[in-house]
Design a protein around this ligand. Structure first.
Ligand code: ATP
Ligand code: SF4
Ligand code: MG
Length: 371
């Protein structure tokens, strides 16, 4: 990671959803990370681990009611830092045009189906860059050309349904870069696209980061995307970053058992024939509250009683530098004989029973009540 001051510093972000009569959901539970200009930072993890909720919280796009957001997200602006989590909706709207942009997985839901693409792009240019008439139309065509849409002047007259999925995603990226945002969040922008289009979109995003110096937060569950695009990676589990490292270090020396499991789930062309994949067992729902211990414990083969002494702290990995993780027994099996390791383990079945949903709700309520 570079040593420059981060553009965005997210510190202990938490998001709790409550609905009357239903259990509170702690969707994000103390996520911290930084974003730097000219770099792509990945947020990776299984479905339901809090990736989208993290991005929506940063963009101020969570529902108004039934949500409690905690922590801070300091954005560096020319006239001083602002905390994105405590800004008014009006101020956030201004920033979303001039400093922040977001690309969603499904471009159709972000584009207005009854307005031609051109009008949607020129409207952004008018509102946020004060461009009008021919200048705005020329800039819009230029933007579409830059994101690789052929015959942009004709495309500007077309409606979203007349464009292919890949072109719609490009149009959305063109709209996102129209205001030259300093920070862009892309939430699974290529998941709905076929692999050749995926590669083009990723290349396009990489170029934008390099050319404009934008800080890009790339949200994905796809480690292939992470390997190809991200400079720095945060692995998220149950609403918390459990490992973070520059890309090469994470792939060369994954330390947290969850990261090791994620990497072990990917088929490799160079693996010996018949070598089984080693997926992470269970699901992201099989967790315990971070306040009780490591949320990954019920799925972890390195699980010991030490893992149940509250949330493991973020510590430096053996290689040092910018590589950190939250595990009290990193690489435990590598250091012991297999029988010894098996004997030392206290399996999930022998550990104190994880909290029930009702207990968890009560704990959340208690905590909020004390705050
Ligand atoms: N509006 C909401 N109300 C209640 N719970 C919600 C709401 N939105 C999200 N959640 C819950 O928050 C948790 C995190 O959801 P999120 O959408 O961030 O997951 P994700 O990591 O983006 O997963 P995916 O890879 O499937 O997109 C999930 O348990 C989800 O059910
Ligand atoms: S060894 Fe313990 S702290 Fe580390 S991932 Fe497993 S359960 Fe969590
Ligand atoms: Mg999501």
């Amino acid at each position: 990671m570079s040593s420059s001051t981060p553009l965005l510093t997210v510190d202990e972000l938490s998001v709790v959803f409550r609905r009357r009569g239903a259990e509170a959901t702690r969707a994000v539970d103390g996520v911290s990370f930084t974003l730097e200009e000219g770099r792509v930072t990945g947020l990776v993890g299984e479905s339901g681990c809090g990736k989208s909720v993290t991005s929506l919280a940063l963009m101020g796009l969570l529902p108004d009611r039934g949500v409690t957001v905690g922590g801070s997200a300091a954005l560096r602006l020319p006239d001083g830092d602002v905390d994105l989590l405590s800004l008014s909706q009006r101020r956030l709207r201004d920033l979303r045009g001039s400093q922040l942009a977001m690309i969603f997985q499904d471009p159709l839901s972000s584009l207005n189906p009854v307005v031609p693409i051109g009008r949607q792009v020129t409207e952004i240019l008018r509102r946020h860059r004060g461009l009008g008439g021919e200048r705005a139309r020329k800039e819009a065509a230029d933007l579409l050309y830059r994101v690789g849409i052929p015959d942009p002047t004709r495309r500007l007259r077309e409606y979203p349904h007349q464009l292919s999925g890949g072109m719609r995603q490009r149009a959305l990226i063109a709209m996102a870069v129209a205001c030259r945002p300093r920070l862009m969040i892309a939430d699974e922008p290529t998941t709905a696209l076929d692999v050749t289009i995926q590669a083009q979109i990723l290349e396009l995003l990489r170029d934008l980061v390099t050319e404009e110096g934008t800080a890009l937060l790339m949200i994905t569950h796809d480690l292939g995307v992470v390997a190809g695009l991200c400079d720095d990676i945060n692995v998220l589990y149950a609403g918390r970053a459990v490992e973070r490292a520059p890309r090469s270090e994470l792939f060369a020396d994954p330390t947290h058992p969850y990261t090791v499991g994620l990497l072990g789930s990917i088929p490799r062309l160079d693996a010996p024939r018949g070598d089984p994949l080693t997926p992470v067992r269970g699901s992201v729902n099989d967790n315990i509250a971070w306040s009780d211990g490591c949320a990954f414990a019920p799925r972890c083969d390195h699980y010991t009683m030490d893992c149940l002494q509250g949330a493991p702290a973020l510590v430096e990995a053996a290689g040092g530098g910018a590589h950190t993780h939250r595990c009290v027994n990193p690489g435990a099996d590598a250091e012991r004989e297999p029988e010894e390791a098996a004997g030392a383990r206290t399996g999930p079945e022998e550990a104190p029973a994880p909290e029930t949903g009702a207990e968890r709700t009560a704990a959340v309520d208690d905590e909020e009540g004390r705050a």
